[in-house]
Design a protein around this ligand. Sequence first.
Ligand SMILES: Nc1ncnc2c1ncn2[C@@H]1O[C@H](COP(=O)(O)OP(=O)(O)OP(=O)(O)O)[C@@H](O)[C@H]1O
Ligand SMILES: [Mg+2]
Length: 249
Amino acid sequence: MERDIAISVKGLSVSYERKRVLSNIFLELKAGRVVGVVGPNGAGKSTLFKAVLGLIEPNTGLIQIRGKDPDKVRKEVAYVPQKNDVDWSFPATVMDIVLMGRYPFKGVFQRLSKEDNDIAMEALKEVGMEKYKDRQIGELSGGQQQRVFLGRALCQNAQVFFLDEPFVGVDILTEEKIITILKKLASQGKSLLVVHHDLGSVQDYFDDVILLNQRLIAYGPTETTFNDENIKRTYGGQLPVLHKMGEID
Ligand SMILES: Nc1ncnc2c1ncn2[C@@H]1O[C@H](COP(=O)(O)OP(=O)(O)OP(=O)(O)O)[C@@H](O)[C@H]1O
Ligand SMILES: [Mg+2]
């Protein structure tokens, strides 16, 4: 197994009850890249994440993260679920949530240290939420909640990040700040997968792109892969309106 392969997916198929959602997906993701995952609603993007993370049982398929079984590399993997997959009503403060990112490093009886707190504060600063550290998570705006979950992922010091629509409800300045952080993490050799719906920013944000619609439509460097034909194939022949992409009719 080559060391620079962050994620390897071989022959992954997933069904819910009888309905086939992902068919025979093969992927090899290199480390040190920010990878966009693009496709219409219901394409199976979140399902792909959950299957790779081992949160749902696939019908078939072999998954490896950094050359190992996903169960063996839990500490190295951070996950920000899609917003509607999170129960925001549970009682926890912003700091509690971010500190959860530190738990994978702790033994059962080990307490969080001052260092853990410092790392959590640093992560909160990166997402611009340090002023809200004692606020209940349920009392934040949608975009602020999203930023807190990103803070938790940063705090975990993971090698591989799965971010499912991290920018939903986040204002554009924060979005730009966060994408800068993601690019910095990639330049340090970390791997980031980001489900994203704004096709207009795909070229700017991602080194590579995965176009998905139940099948893997295309995967490769954004510059060459994110083209008119592949986008049409992904969205069923209907070309969505693309902002900032004047070259597409
Ligand atoms: N727990 C579930 N039980 C049954 N069907 C499900 C379940 N979760 C997802 N599905 C179905 O599987 C398909 C893929 O869902 P998934 O959430 O992976 O899509 P997605 O690409 O993430 O879509 P979106 O852009 O809307 O988030 C959809 O048809 C969805 O209705
Ligand atoms: Mg989804």
